[in-house]
Structures are given as structure tokens and as C-alpha cells.
Design a protein around this ligand. Sequence first.
Ligand code: BGC
Length: 863
Amino acid sequence: MIWIKNVFINHMRTPMGLCEDFLVTWHAESGRRNTMLGRYRLIIYDESGVCLDTGIKSGGNFAAVKLESFSARSLHKYYVKVRIWDEQEQNSEWSAPEAFFTGILDPDEWEASFITAETKDDAEKSASEYVYKRISVKAAVRRVTVCASALGLYTLYINGKRRTETELAPGWTSYHKHLLYQTYDVTDTVACGENEIGLLVGAGWYKGVMGPYLQRNHYGVLTAALCQIRVEYEDGTTEVFGTDESWCAKEGPVTFSEIYDGEIFDARKNGICRCAEEVKELPVRRLDVDKCILWAQPGGWVRVMETIRPVRIFTTPKGETVADMGKNIAGRPEIRAKACRGAKFELQCFEILDNDGNVYTDNLRTAKQTIIYYSRDDSEFVYTPHFTFQGFRYIYVKSWPGGLTAESIRGQVLYSSMEQTGYFETSDTMLNRLNENILQSLKGNFVDVPMDCPQRDERMGWTGDAQIFCSTACFLMDTYSFYRKWLVDLRCDQKENGGIPHVIPDIVTGTEVRGFLRQGTDSAAAWADAATLIPWKLYTVYGDESIIFEQYASMKKWVDFMRKRARGAVWSYKLQFGDWVALDAQEGSYFGATPNEYVSAVYYLVSTQILYRAAQVVGEETDYCTYQKLYEKNLEDFRRRYFTEEGRLNIDTQTAVVLALYFKLAPKEYTAGLVEQLKNLLDKYKGHLVTGFVGTPYICFALSENGAEKGAYDLLKREDMPSWLYQITKGATTIWEHWDGLKEDGTLWDPHMNSFNHYAYGAIGDWMYKVLLGVREDSDAPGYRHFSVCPYIPENLEHVKGSYTSVYGEIAVSWKQREGKVYLDVLIPVNTTADIGLHNIGIQDKNVGSGTYEFVYSLEGRE
Ligand code: BGC
């Protein structure tokens, strides 16, 4: 018997506002082992019947079926059902229907115009405006949909009720080329008669203060709203209401809101939805914005994903009242209170207490992270900010009229909605904590764009950080939509000459830069290579070629950028970060000891190799040959430059050796010598790593893949500085930017660069999943169609248990060792095969088909 457990559309459940791809994936399960899929049939239907029937189809890898021939109607609800046949012609029942809702498919269907209630004089203003319209709904409705976007940020209100499906909408993108809109089904809140539809609009990333030099108005000086409401009556007729000059506007109750600084909300000015208060009316005018820049965002919206309560409220030695939320998050406080009119509540969010246990905000730099609320009257209220988010574990309660209890404050955890796909647990509590902290840092930094950190005045899509962490993130969460959206911005912001800005969306290039960024704002090795590494990772993990088709031109432009500037294997260009913040840096420098030229050469090779493999995926045969030859030629040159005749690397840093080993850049016969070299370099620092952003993700791989697995595990298990576990001994709940963010003597690193929620070093998660759990994808059979389960069993670790939900379904692994034997249980999804064994003794069984298995090994071989 076979059956279908889950169906996804574009890797999402019940997407709202889908406009492209119509990519269907499913998880199949079977009552017998070795089940492969032979055929499928897929139908799409709506309330009036079948809209598409693929008939029974065979072939393909079933990682995803793209419905090229489906012609959808705008703003329409469809259902999809799948039926499958295995290779023995056994068929499943139809899957449970999975619904999806389309967006506005043709830009000409936009009747709404962008409207603004601001003028040029408001350029410095970070307040809100409420734009609204009272619409008359004439009869009973079948469905009411709203499509909304903004230049700035918006919150949608229907009859005074805040919609909570999205937060910080329309997100942060390369607005002039790629502006997202969101689609809402609001049928349940609209009734026959008069209804008020409104958008509260704030500055956000569009016009607020952002970036390293605290500049504002990066994309424009006026906020604007776009909203189109479609009312579908029971009798089938429709009516459309779009933003235009007939809409009204008032000053909004958010009197100040900035991403870094927080929000001020004056409830006395709350004029949302027919409130009696006197609130200043504002004139509305149309803005001329080309609607071709609009893209539907059918999911992956930033939302309140969790709500947490303070674990304690206490008074610091200095007398400050502080709520400890128990873990470091990105999000915002929620206030529940009651106080007389005009009473002021003031909270400041921060990450860490100082050595004496007092409030410490220096590492926020200029970010105020402050929330102020003025109450309207003496009735109870619940307030959460609209257009800001903070990075914090603690809340400093600066002003709180009335009694403060643990019930008064909550923490809303915000991040882009994604399903968790990775689970990992061991008999070692420190490793469990590390895994938890990595996940926590992912959540804390996946707020619409992959950020470096969520607390200080930065919070940007640094390409290097995103690239370094991508493999780990792909284990932990279904990141497909999240990265795919960001890659569109990478494409949009890529320079004419192929250069890749350091941050995406790029708010730095072309602005008045100061400091070291004056040397260059784009194209640093290992940072810019996000352009090749991330699409390739998504392809190998999710098995979907479309990502390569979409990014191919950009990938090629980036490799050509390096090629144009290269002399053989090496190239250079303006500002390079090298092995950023490595501990072998000279005192006071952020730049590690590994020469930039070497790092650039390595990544040039890595990106060229990815490019020629990508060329094969998209059928660009000529490119395949050209770039493969280029790779080989450059590899030869690289070897000539960097290896001694004895097979040692002539750059004696940990990161240099790690990169050569991990990316297999040395002739095979040099491997043992290089491992020796790396071990010596570890000994030099008494067994510690001193690697930075570039070397850290791969140091354990460099050891474990080359016969030194114990060395890798010992490195992971260290608890003294610098190590992954050191920060856990210091109470970390997220991954730190610096190994020694909080030093052994309790003092803190330079406040200028000291984030306690910086996922980059969390890249070790990839090693934990691939080596300790042992699950590894095979890039020749993308999407885990074929993979391996080959965990390394360290001497002192009793068990590891975990799972990864691939596009084909769940891969589960559990091993334990007892009395010289290792018991390994594995679940292999339908339509996939796996090579199975232990890292310690090698692969024992090749191409094992789907099903559950229990293996028993001795460490000398299979029992
Ligand atoms: C960020 C890093 C980033 C780096 C590059 C820092 O300010 O926080 O994570 O990659 O700059 O210079």
C-alpha cells in the first residue's frame, strides 16, 4: 500500500497569492520497502470542477512537478490532488486536497494606484499615516480578497481589526525593481453594509534610517500605500475598490517608528476605524509608480511565530527593572496593561547584562531599541509595535505606571514563516544546547532577509554571512522560498559589470560611505560568492532546477567578473574581507592572517566549478566546456602558487589549510601532509581554532573527511576559549559574533562589533547533521533522491537521534553504542535510495531502498 502524506505547492502549504511556477511536491509513504514511484496523476479543481488533469504521467524524478500548462485565474481558490503509482503498479488513493489561492496574474488587472499622504517636507519623518476607505458592500459576499503593498511598511486593518497574517509587510527587497505585495482572504471580517479598509503605513526599510552610516530615505522620501479589494458577491458579480484619490488619510497613532530605534505609539491619536478622537486629516495624492515592479509573495511572510513569557523580572544592582525573556530573540515586546490617559510606558530591549549584572546597551551602537506607549484612557490594552523589531533577551522597563507582573509583558518572536525540517538530539547536553542555539540564531536573523544580526544598527543582508550559514539553515528549516526571494534581490542589485554588493538589498553602494567601506561596496571573495553557492545549495537540497535557470545568468556574470580581473588563479578587487574576524588577526584588526589573495583564489575556483556544473543542469554545453577548462587551468596555477614541493601549503594558517582540504584543491597525495599541517596549526594554539568567517564552517570537515575525525570531534567538544561550547558555558542562547564576545574575566568585547546573535559560526550545524547524524545529500542526485547515512561514532558519545524532512519525505536516523556495538536505525523515504554505514568503518550497504531498517555494527564491521 502506498499513500501521500503531504502535498506542497511551491514548497508551501496553502499559499496565498500564487502567481508563478505552480510547483507541486509531495511526501509519499509505503507499507513495503524499496518503493519507487512510477507514475502520477495530478488534478487541479475549483468549486465548479476540474481545471487541469495531467492524466497519468511517468518519468521525472518526482522531486517537483511543474504545471507549465496550467492557466490560472487571478484571485481564485484552487485545490490540488495527487495520486501515485509505484514501480509495481500499486496505486495510492487521491491525496487530501491542498488549497492554493492565486494573486493578480496580469499587471493590467491592477486598478489601484499608489497613494501617499506625505509631502516632500516629510522626508525626515518616521511617523505613520492611516489611509482608508469606507466601502459599501451591497449584498452577501462569496469572497473578499485584498492585495496590498507599500513603499514603506504597512499593517492592514479591516473594520479596525489588525490583520496578523503578515508583519513588516511588504518586506525588504530591491524596491525599485522587486516590490512584493501580499494577498489576504478577508471574507470573514467583511459584512454587508459599510466596511472600513485601511492601511497604517510607516517608514521601515524604505525611508527609515538604515545602514552603516545611518542614512535615511534609501529608496525614496515618501511612503505610499497600494491596496486593491475585490468583492465577489454570491451572485457571481464582482466589485473592485483600489487606492486612489477618493481614499482618506489621517495621522496614524504610530508617531515614530524606525527599524533600529523602536516605536512610539500614542493611543490618544488612534483614529483607526471611526474612532471619536480628533485626529488630523491629511490630503491624499496619487504617486506614479510602475506596477511592473510588483511581485506576488505567496508565503514565507514574517509573522509572530512564537510568543514567550519572561522567565523572571528582577532589579539590577543599579536599581533597573528588567524582564528576562530567557532567550535571545528577534521580535518585539507585547504590553498588556491599564493606566490613566497619557500614562507613559517605556521599554528598552537589549541582549546582555554587564559584568555587574546591570543593563548593557553599548553593543547596540546607536540603535535605541525603545518602545514607548501612551495610553488612551483607563481601559485595558494590548499593544505590540508595528514597524520595527528588536534583538533582545532582556527588556529594561524604564517606565511602567501601575503594577508590573510576569503577565504584563510578552515577547513576540518574529521571523519569516518556514517549516522546521531538521531535528537533532544527542546524549550530550552541551551539543543539544549548541544545536538549539544555532536554530535560535537562524530564527533571530531570518527576518525577511538573511541578516548578520538583529540588534545593533546593522541588520543587513550581508552576503558572506548568508552564504556561510546556508547549508546549516537548509537542514534546520525549509528555506527554499526565503532564499529564493532574496536571490531575486541579489540579481536585481548585481552590478552591470557582474559585481555583487556586500549587502543585499544593497543600500550601501552609491551612498556617502565612510570608513573602510570607502575602499569598495561590492565583490568580496566568499561574500559575493553567495551568488553561486546559495543557488547551487538550493538545487542540491531541494532538487529543483528552476532555481538554477533563474540564477544562471547572474552566476555567470559573477564568475566573469572575477575572470576579467584575474591573473591565472588569483584576482583582486577593492575591499576584501578575507577570513573576517579570525583570531589570528593582528591586534586590533578584523582581518584574519590568511592572505586575501588566497581566499579570493579559492572562491574563484569554487564558483567556477559550481558554474560549470550549473551549466550542465541548464543545458549550456558550451559554457560547461569553457568553465570546466577554466577551472582546471586555474587549479593548476593555484597548485603551482600555493603548494611546496613537499606537498605543504606555503600559507601557514588554519583557514588556508582548511580551505585547501575542504574544497579538495590539493593533489590527493598531499592530503596526509596537509592534515599534519593543520594539526600542527591547531597545536600552535594549544588545540584551539583561530579561524574566522571563512575557515570556521569547514574546519571540522577538513579534519573528519581526511582521517582525523577524532580531532574534529575534540575540537567541537572543547569548552574553553575559543570554541563553540565556550559561549554555552557563559549562558549563550544564540550564536555569538565573536568567540570571546564575553571574555573569561566577564568583560565584553569591543562594543562596536559585539553581537550575541550572529549565526555565522553556527555553520558548524552542517557538520553536526552530516557527520554526527550522518545524513548527507548527493549533488549528483539532487533533492536527496540519493543520499548517505554514515554517522561518525565518537568514543564518548552514547547516542544521536534526528531527522531531516527532504522533498521526498522524512529521513530519520538514530544510533546508539553499547558494549562495543553500534545500533543504527534508519528511515529512507519512498523514491529515494541511500548508502548506509558508519564513518568509522565505511559504507556497508549501497543503494538501500525506502523503508525502515535496523543495522547492528561492531566498530570492526557489520554483525
Ligand atoms: C557584519 C558581518 C559582516 C561584516 C563584513 C559586519 O559588520 O556584522 O557579519 O559580514 O561586517 O564586513
